[in-house]
Design a binder for this molecule. Sequence first.
Ligand code: DOR
Ligand code: ZN
Length: 344
Amino acid sequence: MRITLTRPDDWHLHLRDGDALRAVLPHSARQFARALIMPNLRPPVTTVAAAAEYRRRILDALPEGADFEPLMTLYLTDDTPASEIRRAADSGFVKAVKLYPAGATTHSDAGVTDLARCDAALAEMERVGMPLSVHGELTDPAIDLFDRERAFIDVVLQPLLERRPGLRVVFEHITTGEAAEFVASAGDTVAATITAHHLLYNRNALFAGGIRPHFYCLPVPKREAHRQALVRAATSGSPKFFLGTDSAPHARRAKESDCGCAGCYTALSAIELYAEAFERAGALDGLEAFASFNGADFYRLPRNAGPVTLEKRAWTPPASLPYADGGELVPLRAGEPVSWKLRA
Ligand code: DOR
Ligand code: ZN
């Protein structure tokens, strides 16, 4: 069996920098025409000037002959001025501004402590149509880890949309039925990305026979009913849901540690993993809209030209890949078969 799609895009990708960037970029560039690049470097990408330099480093790291366009994001802080939003809109290459609630995840310590402090920036984003890309978890340590996304909807997202009804929002890497329902019933200014790992795994994967650090990511996968709700949303045909891998590389030693980092490395086989999830749902004919059309339409960019072909042919990702500083990177599904293969 074989399927052909318009070239897909990845609307949520962590590429890191330097040697790590060079190690992971070819995997995404092989599959995707474009990707929205997350700004949580150290230091974070908070200005258009920094985004321009990061974009140049990504382009310089591309393998010879690759056809891949990095779309950049700015990291929102309590102090982001409206003038920086205007510059971003004028740049042509900054396509979203990312909200990390301070303390929510990897390199989020410079993130937003209180959205009220960002009102000038948010008003400008609403005015110029710049999307806000949202890590939707409440960071209050008193709230159960598994409830942080749901709580974020009521405490932050709903009030934000009431205050700024024209603001375009992408609820990133949703993990709950509540988030899927919220997005489906919101206006057409609100959309969501869904990762391959949240479509394929529930929270049992983190504890299958022992603790499994390579399945640990944020937001953490939820129970099976939520996974099923995500599959229904992704395969529903609604244009509000689209592909965003949240592929987030960390060295093996940083994950297999007494305080392991959050992030699943899915870029090696991303489109193949999504094909598996859609096939299991009996919805392969919906994969193209989810992977190749809906995100481009939401971001008001042209759809890609040219096809990619996937074959139903099992292959096994390696146990690890070379990474920065002599480290190793463990891809999701390391040593276990993936049932689809992208043709070169
Ligand atoms: O699991 C995650 N890893 N979630 C995030 O939000 C950030 C990411 C990373 O940068 O490692
Ligand atoms: Zn992410």
